[in-house]
Ligand binder design. Structure first.
Ligand code: GLC
Length: 750
C-alpha cells in the first residue's frame, strides 16, 4: 500500500512540475511568424466539421451596433457568429458596424476566426465614380486603375475587406440593365479593363488600402437571352472561348482573389454546379488558386434551375463542382456536415474550400490584427476626400461621349444665356444607379448646379419639361418653350433615371420616352440651338431624337461630379475624348447589334440592293453609332497606313503605323484603334476584332505617327475545346478613330 501511495505522490508531483515547466504555447495558427499554409493546416485540424461549414457560409448582414449585438438580434446572426457558423458577411459596412460584430467573432467564438466583410463597391464607395460602362469609354486604363484604387481605399477605410467587382460580362444587349457594370461589347478591351480594375482594387493586398476583388459573373452572364435578367444563356463553345471567357481569364491572370459564380446555366448546367467551368477551366486550365463564391442564393437556385432535387442535393452539386462559399442560400451550413458524414463529400473537398477562405483571412492580417481595417480616424479622413472627388471629376469628364455636334454648336460661348430643360438636370436621386454603395445622391453636383456655378444662376433658367416618369403635359412643355424663347441656347437633359440601371432593371423599350420626344419637338420649333444630354446607364435608341438636336452628348451615369464634368465638356474646358464601348442600336428590334459580328453567308452591301442578303427591310443593319465612336471639338485625319512587312510566319511580327493629324482648331485626344480580320479560318472569325489602341493627345495642327506591333498571339483564336489556333491565310488590318471608318491594308500569315 505504502509503495502505491508513494508512486501516486511521485506521479502527481512530476505532473505538477511538468505542468509548471511546460511553456504556455500559442497555437500555430495564432503565430504571426508561422507561414500561412502552416497556420491553415494547424487551424483546419482544430476545427469541427460544423465550423468548417460555417466558414463557407456568407450571410447578408444587418445592424450590429447598439442593443442588437447583445441579444439574439439580426435573426440570431450574432449567435451564429459565436457558434462559428458564419465566415463572411456582405452589406455590413462602416468601421463601427464591422468592428462590433468582428469583436464577437474574435472574443466569443471557440477559435476566434475573423469575419470577412464584403460589399458591392462597383464604382465607388462614398465618392461615386462613373458607372463602369461609362468609365470604359475613357479608354484610359491608368485612370480606370486609379478609380478602382480609390474605391478600394474608401471601402477598406470603412472596415471592408472584399468587393464583388469587377464585373467582366461581355454583353451585346442594352435591354439588360447590367450592361452598366461591364466594359462594353469588346473582348480584347474588356480584358484589359478587367485587369486594370483588379490591380486597382487589390494592389498587392499588403496594406489597408486595398481589398479582395471578385471576378463576376462566371461565366457568360452577359449573354442572357433578350437582355432579361436571370434569363437563360445558351452560347456555343467557340463563342464561350473567344468572346465571353477572356475577360474573366485576364482578371484571374491579374491576380484576382475571388471569382463569383453566375446565375445562369452554361451548356445546360448551372454555373455554380458546373464542373467544366469551375474545376476544368478556372482551376485546372487557368490555375486559379483563390476563392469561388456563389452569387446571391445561386447554390440554392440550382433547384429551380432543375438541376438539384433539394437543398442537400444542391449543396452536394455545388461543392462537387469545385464551388466554395455560399452567399445567402445557407445550404452548406445546413447540409455539408451530413454530406461528409454520409461519405458523399470528402473532408479533402471541404478542407480545400475552407483553406481558401482562411488563406485570405491570414493574407489580410486579420488573425494578427482583426481590427486593422477598423480605424475611425482613417475612415473620416479617407471617405469623400477632395482628392478622391478630383479624380472622380477627371474620370467623369473622360467618360462622356460626344455623339453629334452639328455646325460646332458646342462648346458653348462664355456669355450664353441657357434654358436648361429636364427633370434629370436637377433630380439628384435619378443621377445614380442601383450600385450607389454608400454614396449619397445629395453629395452629387447636378447638371443645374454645375452650369449655374460656371455661368451664374441668372444665366441658367431651369424648367423640368417632363415629370419623374419622363411623361409630360401641355404646361410643362409650354413653360420650357417660354424659357427657351428667352435664351441663347437650350440644354435639354433626357434619358432614363439611374434607378433603372443595374441588377433586375431589364427594359424591353429603350427608346427615348414619348414625353421627352414631344418636348424636344416643341423646343425645336423655337429655332434655338438645342443641345441634348443623355442620362442613361445603357445605350438607348436615340434615332427619334437624332434630328431634333444640333448636339447630342451621351453622359451615361457619372456619379458625384456629374454637373462639374458635364459643364467642363459643354464649355470646352475639357475637349470630349470618350468613345463608346457599346453600339447604339438603330432600333430595339435590331438588338443584338455589335461591331465584331460574323460575315454570314450573304452579307448585305452597305448600299444598293440588299435582295436575298442578310438585312432588315425596314431599318439599316448598322447601329446608329458604332463601337469605338465618339467626336471631339477638333478633327483627326488618318493617312499613310503601312506595314513593316506584308506577310509573316507564325513566329514573326509586323509593325503597323499610321499618321494622325489634328486637323481642327482645338487641342484634343484621340483613341486610335487597330482592328484585324481573319478572312478564312477553321471557325469563322468576326469581320473586325480590336487588337490594339492608343489614346494620344495632339495640339491643333500637329501630327503623330502611331505604331502597333502585332504578333501571332494577336492573330490567334480558340477552337471549341479552348485550344489556341493560329492559322496561315489572308488577313486585313484596319486603323481608325472608330470601328467603322477605318483605313485598311491586306496582310498574310504564311
Ligand atoms: C447580386 C448580384 C451580384 C452581387 C451580389 C451581392 O444578386 O448578381 O452581382 O455582387 O448579388 O449583392
Amino acid at each position: 500500500m505504502r509503495k502505491q501511495l508513494s508512486l501516486v505522490c511521485f506521479l502527481a508531483v512530476a505532473q505538477l512540475l511538468f505542468a509548471q515547466k511546460k511553456p504556455i504555447t500559442t497555437p500555430v495558427y495564432k503565430d504571426a511568424k508561422a507561414a500561412i499554409n502552416t497556420r491553415i493546416a494547424d487551424l483546419l485540424q482544430r476545427m469541427t466539421l460544423e465550423e468548417k461549414a460555417g466558414q463557407l457560409n456568407q450571410l447578408n448582414g444587418g445592424v450590429f451596433t447598439g442593443p442588437a449585438v447583445n441579444d439574439a438580434g439580426q435573426m440570431g446572426k450574432v449567435q451564429m457568429v459565436r457558434e462559428g457558423k458564419i465566415g463572411s458577411f456582405l452589406n455590413v459596412t462602416g468601421v463601427k458596424e464591422t468592428r462590433n460584430i468582428q469583436k464577437v467573432a474574435i472574443e466569443e467564438s471557440r477559435l476566434g476566426i475573423p469575419i470577412l466583410f464584403a460589399f458591392d463597391v462597383i464604382h465607388g464607395y462614398k465618392t461615386i465614380f462613373p458607372i463602369p460602362l461609362a468609365e470604359a469609354c475613357s479608354w484610359d486604363l491608368p485612370q480606370i486603375e486609379i478609380n478602382s484604387g480609390i474605391a478600394a481605399k474608401e471601402a477598406a477605410a470603412a472596415g471592408l475587406h472584399w468587393t464583388f467587382a469587377p464585373m467582366c460580362d461581355i454583353s451585346n444587349d442594352p435591354r439588360w440593365g447590367r450592361v452598366m457594370e461591364g466594359a462594353g461589347e469588346d473582348t480584347y478591351y474588356g480584358s484589359l479593363v478587367a485587369a486594370a480594375r483588379v490591380k486597382g482594387l487589390q494592389g498587392n493586398l499588403d496594406d489597408v488600402s486595398h481589398i479582395l476583388s471578385s471576378v463576376k459573373h462566371f461565366a457568360a452572364y452577359g449573354a442572357v437571352e433578350a437582355g432579361r435578367e436571370y434569363n437563360n444563356v445558351d452560347v456555343s463553345r467557340t463563342a464561350l472561348w473567344n468572346k465571353y471567357l477572356p475577360p474573366y481569364k485576364a482578371a484571374v491572370d491579374a491576380g484576382a482573389a475571388t471569382v463569383m459564380n453566375s446565375f445562369n446555366v452554361v451548356d445546360g448546367v448551372p454555373a455554380s454546379a458546373s464542373h467544366f467551368l469551375v474545376e476544368e477551366v478556372l482551376k485546372k486550365k487557368w490555375g486559379f488558386k483563390g476563392l469561388v463564391v456563389s452569387d446571391w442564393g445561386s447554390f440554392g437556385e440550382i433547384i429551380p434551375h432543375g438541376y438539384a432535387v433539394d437543398e442537400k442535393d444542391a449543396a452536394y452539386k455545388a461543392i462537387s463542382a469545385g464551388s466554395m462559399m455560399d452567399m445567402e442560400s445557407k445550404v452548406l451550413v445546413k447540409y455539408l456536415p451530413q454530406l461528409v458524414k454520409e461519405g458523399k463529400l470528402t473532408m479533402k473537398q471541404v478542407d480545400d474550400a475552407v483553406s481558401r477562405v482562411l488563406y485570405f483571412k491570414f493574407k489580410l492580417g486579420l488573425f494578427d490584427d482583426p481590427y486593422r481595417f477598423s480605424d475611425e480616424a482613417r475612415e473620416t479622413a479617407t471617405l469623400f476626400s477632395a482628392a478622391n472627388r478630383a479624380e472622380a471629376l477627371k474620370a467623369a469628364r473622360s467618360s462622356i461621349v460626344l455623339l453629334k455636334n452639328q455646325n460646332n454648336i458646342l462648346p458653348l460661348k462664355k456669355t450664353s444665356r441657357i434654358a436648361l430643360v429636364g427633370y434629370y438636370a436637377k433630380s439628384k436621386e435619378d443621377m445614380f444607379d442601383f450600385w450607389i454603395a454608400n454614396g449619397s445622391a445629395n453629395d452629387a453636383v447636378s447638371v443645374q448646379e454645375g452650369l449655374q456655378a460656371r455661368f451664374g444662376k441668372g444665366s441658367v433658367d431651369y424648367t423640368p419639361g417632363y415629370k419623374a416618369d419622363a411623361s409630360t403635359d401641355d404646361r410643362l412643355v409650354s413653360d420650357a418653350v417660354a424659357s427657351a424663347s428667352n435664351a441663347d441656347v437650350v440644354i435639354a437633359v433626357v434619358g432614363i433615371s439611374g434607378k433603372l440601371a443595374g441588377e433586375e432593371r431589364s427594359l424591353a423599350n429603350i427608346n427615348i420616352a414619348e414625353g421627352q420626344v414631344r418636348l424636344l419637338k416643341a423646343l425645336q420649333q423655337t429655332g434655338k440651338p438645342i443641345i441634348v444630354l443623355v442620362n442613361s446607364g445603357r445605350p438607348m435608341v436615340l434615332t427619334q431624337i437624332q434630328d431634333l438636336a444640333g448636339a447630342i452628348v451621351q453622359c451615361w451615369i457619372l456619379g458625384t461630379e456629374t454637373g462639374n464634368a458635364v459643364t467642363d465638356i459643354l464649355t470646352g474646358a475639357y475637349n470630349p475624348s470618350g468613345k463608346t464601348v457599346m453600339s447604339f442600336p438603330y432600333a430595339v428590334g435590331q438588338i443584338p447589334v455589335y461591331y465584331n459580328h460574323f460575315n454570314t453567308n450573304r452579307p448585305a452591301p452597305e448600299t444598293g440592293d440588299g435582295a436575298w442578303k442578310s438585312r432588315y427591310r425596314d431599318i439599316p443593319n448598322n447601329p446608329l453609332y458604332p463601337f469605338g465612336y465618339g467626336l471631339s471639338y477638333t478633327t483627326f485625319d488618318y493617312s499613310g497606313l503601312q506595314l513593316s512587312n506584308a506577310q509573316m510566319d507564325k513566329n514573326g511580327k509586323v509593325t503597323v503605323s499610321v499618321s494622325v493629324k489634328n486637323s481642327g482648331s482645338y487641342d484634343g485626344e484621340e483613341v486610335v484603334q487597330l482592328y484585324i480580320r481573319d478572312i478564312t479560318a477553321s471557325v469563322v472569325r468576326p469581320v473586325k476584332e480590336l487588337k490594339g489602341f492608343r489614346k494620344i493627345w495632339l495640339k491643333a495642327g500637329d501630327s503623330e505617327t502611331v505604331s502597333f506591333v502585332l504578333s501571332g498571339k494577336d492573330l490567334s483564336f480558340y477552337d471549341g475545346d479552348g485550344n489556341v489556333k493560329l492559322e496561315p491565310g489572308k488577313f486585313k488590318i484596319f486603323v481608325g478613330g472608330d470601328s467603322k471608318n477605318t483605313l485598311e491594308v491586306p496582310f498574310e500569315l504564311k
